[in-house]
Write a protein that binds this ligand. Sequence first.
Ligand SMILES: C[S@@+](CC[C@H](N)C(=O)[O-])C[C@H]1O[C@@H](n2cnc3c(N)ncnc32)[C@H](O)[C@@H]1O
Length: 229
Amino acid sequence: MANRKSFSEVKETVLAAHKDVDPEGKVKFYDSWADNYEQDVETLEYRAPYLAAETLSSAFQGNRDLAVILDVACGTGLVVSWLHKMGFRNFHGIDGSEGMLEMAKTKGLYQNLKCCMLGTETLSSPISFYDAVLLVGALSVGHVPVEVIWELCKVTKPGGYICMTTRANNTNIHYKDQLESLQRSMEEKGLWKKIAVREVEKWERAVSESDCVYISGVVYLYRKTCVES
Ligand SMILES: C[S@@+](CC[C@H](N)C(=O)[O-])C[C@H]1O[C@@H](n2cnc3c(N)ncnc32)[C@H](O)[C@@H]1O
């Protein structure tokens, strides 16, 4: 691992990532960032993994030892590190970047890790299988297409939880609107029910000049209500 970077250096790294809108280019970027990712997001004061884990943990009813959790776009495994501290034990992870998956493997917390390009490939996980599914830090413009949330719901057990996050800064407003519109339409179809929406002012430090010092973000928690045919 390299020496800790300054905030300006991390900012440059993240802005470079934002330029790459092609999904293949994006995961290649994550391959190259994997070694320094955790150190850099700490500098950014990135809190989404903790906030999502804590939101799920507060609402979760059931046996934490037995619950099986799918961490989608798992990256290096920050979400699962928090969930493990909160008493959960069984984790599967999916990400499009082999480099990030390699780092996740070193945590020794996942029973299963798979490479999958969301939006291009469908989730190969069994239908109605997971007690909870999370997608943290990757539902945003240039990352995972909003339509993937259908698949998150599909692989969750009836009564299971789906926890998602997105950014609420200027460059992601259109994406956030699309995400919320699809979430509403899935609720109207009776697929899931909203449990909590947590709007957080200090989500992470801003890297773009068009934002304030911190950008805000949102954690959404849904509960699956029906089995799809
Ligand atoms: C900001 S990181 C978030 C990682 C982790 N969930 C966290 O909060 O630390 C975004 C992750 O999404 C993955 N990713 C981005 N677009 C993807 C796609 N289309 N399919 C699969 N993974 C993708 C990247 O490889 C990266 O690991």
